[in-house]
Design a protein around this ligand. Sequence first.
Ligand SMILES: [Zn+2]
Length: 100
Amino acid sequence: MTDCLFCRIVARQSQADIEYEDDAVLAFKDIYPKAPIHLLIVPKRHVSSIMTMEPADVEVVGRCFLAARKIGEARGLAERGPRAGRSSTTCTSTSWPAGG
Ligand SMILES: [Zn+2]
């Protein structure tokens, strides 16, 4: 058991509306969406923050951004382009602008 909410979601110990998963990352709906489509994409390997990431974390963090692109393409949002933000605890918080 871990204190990290995202690791608990990855381990299915906490509920989340999972939208995408592969071997390296998990994407789920933000509980407090700030856009019509607002997903949190987190590495399955715990990376507590961008500020503390290590060279070994580079690949999984990169995979999060790749996942953002794939999810956007799958939903036909590719031309709008994801807006990747960052927070202290997630690798990427990604939303797509409204409209279309
Ligand atoms: Zn974690």
